[in-house]
Design a protein around this ligand. Sequence first.
Ligand code: SF4
Ligand code: SF4
Length: 167
Amino acid sequence: MALLKNGYISLSELKNEKGYPSEERFNEGPVAVIECIQEIPCNPCVEACDFGAIEIEGPITDKPKIIEDKCIGCGKCIAKCPGLAIFVVDKTHSESFASVSFPYEFLPLPDKGMEVEAVNREGKVVCQGEVIRVINNKEFDRTPVVTIKIPEDKFDVVRGIKRRKEK
Ligand code: SF4
Ligand code: SF4
């Protein structure tokens, strides 16, 4: 498995995981993408979802499953995951852009409207993005969730942004 070799999982491996939505679901609008691939005793994601869209079917060490028809893409589960393993992807953001929401636990936070360097799962810059939302409130347990707009074809590649330098 690429996780053991490289420290991150490959996209083809992720697509076989039960937390990864189908191509059809991506085409329907915002949906949670659960990139939790280690069998650990953890389940705040299940409790976080008001719509019953995340299930752990067996013992607590089983990996979570996205019930894609129930997910509305609200993003609440992103902030509740201690493993920073959940994203919300909207492939339908606009004609040629997608959006990706992710937890961002660094300071300074980016500002809405800022141009940023978007990174893949390895932390490598893959394209430019624009910050379209920053949520940092009580409901999200003060775990900031940042949403960026990126070229549509990068929807399953981009999973964060390059950290801003302190001034
Ligand atoms: S994005 Fe919202 S609806 Fe979807 S799984 Fe997460 S908490 Fe549930
Ligand atoms: S909360 Fe995060 S780390 Fe824990 S089981 Fe859910 S997705 Fe995995």
